[in-house]
Design a protein around this ligand. Structure first.
Ligand code: MN
Length: 729
């Protein structure tokens, strides 16, 4: 749907005015170009609300010009963010050509995030990892995405219920915690409340109604509380603003659930915020002192986030005092700048960046954890746990502990010495054997508290054990311990598998995957890896397990399949060389092959003249030939196989084992690359994961043959190689 030119002009004008009001430097031409480009690209699109689609990127751009003011590049990206995703005619290259590399990179990141979340959430952890990756390239990717998500949540009413639920859940689980991590306090609140309204309308409306019912009473109380404070602070000539602190609905709801208490008990805790109009941090402490003079502070409720900011750079003094009528009042004290950072986090820092070299490190602190998380999320198993760890780490409160040198480390609540050790360095984590907290030796699963001094005792021979996973809290410790345990398991299983394979090869057994499954299930293992691990650890006796699998040799010999296989080969071998030679001449006489010794080319043979069956070919050493009477011996004639090229002879080999990828070509490769060996045919039958096959080939002599057999036996998955022979004799 198109937008009328007059309307468009007004819209552009408003956006540029917003940018100029809130952003440090504005490239008006750039914004105008992105505006026009987006309007044209979306001219045929409509939103679910039936408005022209362009109203969406435009609204997102305005959010970035006013609510999360960032920069003109972000505003332009907001205008362009849905073009590549929605429109086949536009590619990232088009964006690059028109707007340059920076903008193209951000738009590309945004497009990828969009695509990631369009599917179901099966691979959510992996998607999440990709999201983090694109964010770590340019922080503006996530900032524009936040604005996009905020507008989508504000206009969610037009979507179908299923989609609404999915988007709201995703917002609550991923975008709100992320916003928190980037210090975007205000945005996080709004996202959470919008999602809460969507997912639990009843709960949302209930709390909302109760809050407004209590408002007059609260405002009256806050006034009563503030009056003496205002008077006192004014005496010091400090400019400030004091207000009742609004709590957002979802945080009240969460507290009700967490503490299992009704609304009244949660909400009756009054909260006040004092914002000082000064850059002098010391005035915060002055104000804090003044409040303590007016009201009695509650011990242990003082938190100084100015001296030790939260991981997302939040700063404030928190204290709780006993107000009029004995009510507890939570008070937050901060400067205007700290307030700005509490609400706008990364966006506020971005704006303070100019002319302040120390802020770059702060900017970096918003993304460095992302890089760490990506780097540590190598294996599949670890990836699966990213989301879980992420949520755990972001919602939890922090504690502050000290190294023996007095360095401060921030850790999530309930962290243990092992978390601390990994926080210092992976190597310290891997080898930590004990810990001293405040100079006393403590168990490794001891929960640390703010102010603790922690010292780690290490030993070269100590390694992580599975038990640690039960108490470590931080993402880093969990990931590193899992990685270590996985590697240890993999190494053991690999060694065990080798032992197993050698053994069954030696015993000429072959196992299908199903056979192996039977073995480990019998032994109460969940998978073959556990079986192999137990073998490597010597926990099970291989001989004992395999004894029941040893074949009955007699049965094997009489197996009709082997005979049929041999029969096929024998026929093939006999026909491959041309006519038999009788008394030195190629002959057309009728031949048949005796079943008692089943001669094949290569065997020394004789002919025996029969009645009606022509000449029967026997091996020269066939028992029936050796036992002939003198008279019968006269019926023997000299017979030879036709001469083969290079005086080679033909052999059939029977192969058995476990099917492996590329097995056939490996067999062919091993035989063909061997000196003067010619393959006539290869037949492989696979059933389940088992294979049986025959190889027909020419060899020069028995020694040559035995070398070929040795080569074949070395192929992975080949368990037995036997020469096809007459088993009847
Ligand atoms: Mn969008």
């Amino acid at each position: 749907m198109n937008i009328a030119p007059v309307t468009a002009a007004i819209m552009l004008d408003e956006l540029i005015r917003n940018c100029q009001k809130n952003l440090p430097a504005v490239n008006v031409e750039l914004i105008k170009k992105a505006f026009d480009f987006s309007a044209v690209a979306h001219e045929n699109d409509t939103r679910a609300s039936n408005e022209p689609y362009f109203t969406h990127p435009y609204a997102v751009a305005n959010i970035l010009a006013t609510e999360i003011p960032f920069d003109d590049i972000s505003v332009s990206c907001a205008l362009l963010h849905d073009i590549v995703e929605d429109n086949m005619e536009y590619s990232i290259d088009t964006i690059k050509k028109n707007f340059g590399d920076d903008i193209a990179l951000i738009v590309d990141g945004l497009t990828k995030i969009q695509q990631l979340f369009q599917g179901a959430d099966i691979n959510q952890a992996e998607n999440y990892r990709k999201l983090l990756m694109s964010v770590s390239k340019d922080i503006r990717v996530i900032v524009v995405k936040f604005a996009d998500r905020l507008h989508n949540m504000r206009t969610i009413d037009f979507l179908n219920p299923e989609k609404r639920k999915r988007i709201a859940k995703e917002t609550l689980e991923i975008y709100a915690p992320l916003a928190h991590r980037f210090g975007l306090g205000k945005l996080k609140w709004e996202l959470e409340d919008l999602a809460f309204k969507e997912l639990n309308k009843q709960g949302y409306e209930d709390i909302k109604k109760k809050i407004s019912a209590k408002r007059p009473e609260r405002e009256k109380y806050i006034d009563k509380f503030s009056e003496p404070i205002i008077q006192k602070i004014n005496e010091y000539g400090i400019k400030f603003e004091i207000s009742g602190r609004p709590k957002h609905l979802y945080s009240i709801y969460r507290k009700m659930i967490k503490r299992n208490k009704p609304f009244e008990e949660i909400y009756d805790l009054f909260a006040v915020r004092i914002i000082l109009d000064t850059d002098d941090v010391n005035q915060c402490y002055t104000a804090f002192g003044i409040i303590n003079q007016v009201f009695i502070p509650v011990p242990d409720r003082f938190k100084d986030y100015i001296a030790i900011p939260k991981t997302n750079n939040y700063q404030s003094i928190h204290t709780t005092v006993v107000g009029p009528d004995g009510e507890l009042v939570e008070v937050q004290i901060r400067t205007r700048k700290m307030h700005d950072i509490a609400e706008k986090g990364v966006a506020a820092h971005w704006r303070y960046k100019e002319g302040n070299p120390t802020i770059d490190q702060t900017m970096n602190s918003y993304v460095s954890w992302i890089r760490e998380m990506i780097e540590s999320s190598g294996t599949e198993d670890v990836r699966k746990n990213i989301l879980e760890n992420f949520k755990l780490n972001l919602y939890s409160d922090e504690i502050y502990v000290f190294t023996p040198n007095g360095d401060l480390r921030r850790l999530p609540l309930k962290s243990t010495p092992v978390d601390f050790a990994f926080d210092i360095h992976s190597k310290i984590g891997f080898h930590c054997i004990g810990a001293k907290v405040n100079k006393k030796i403590v168990p490794l699963d001891t929960q640390l508290h703010s102010g603790d001094q922690v010292e780690i005792i290490i030993s070269k021979n100590q390694h992580p054990n599975r038990n640690w996973l039960k108490f470590v809290i931080t993402h880093k410790a969990k990931t590193e311990v899992r990685k270590w345990l996985n590697k240890e398991d993999d190494d053991l299983a690999k060694a065990g598998k080798e032992l197993w394979e050698k053994k069954i090869k030696k015993l000429k057994l072959s196992f299908t995957q199903q056979d192996i499954a039977k073995v480990y299930l019998n032994l109460k293992f969940d998978n073959s890896k556990q079986l192999y691990k137990a073998i490597a650890q010597g926990k099970i006796n291989l001989d004992e397990i395999l004894s029941s699998h040893l074949p009955d040799k007699e049965e094997e010999k009489k197996s009709p399949q082997v005979n049929a296989e041999f029969e096929n080969f024998a026929q093939y071998a006999r026909s491959s060389g041309g006519k038999l030679v009788v008394n030195g001449e190629s002959s057309d006489l009728l031949f048949s092959y005796s079943k008692c010794c089943n001669p094949i080319p290569g065997d020394q043979v004789v002919g025996f003249i029969t009645k009606g069956e022509g000449i029967k070919i026997h091996r020269k050493n066939c028992k029936s030939m050796l036992q002939l009477s003198e008279k019968e011996s006269e019926k023997i004639i000299s017979v030879e196989w036709p001469a083969l090229e290079n005086s080679n002879f033909i052999v059939g080999l029977s192969l058995k084992g476990e099917d492996q990828p590329g097995l056939l070509s490996e067999i062919a490769h091993q035989v063909v690359t061997f000196q003067n060996t010619n393959i006539k045919s290869i037949n492989i039958d696979t059933k389940n994961s088992k294979f049986e096959g025959t190889v027909t080939l020419f060899v020069q002599n028995l020694e040559h043959l035995s070398r070929v057999i040795d080569r074949l036996k070395k192929i992975k998955g080949v368990y037995t190689v036997t020469r096809l022979e007459n088993y009847v004799q």
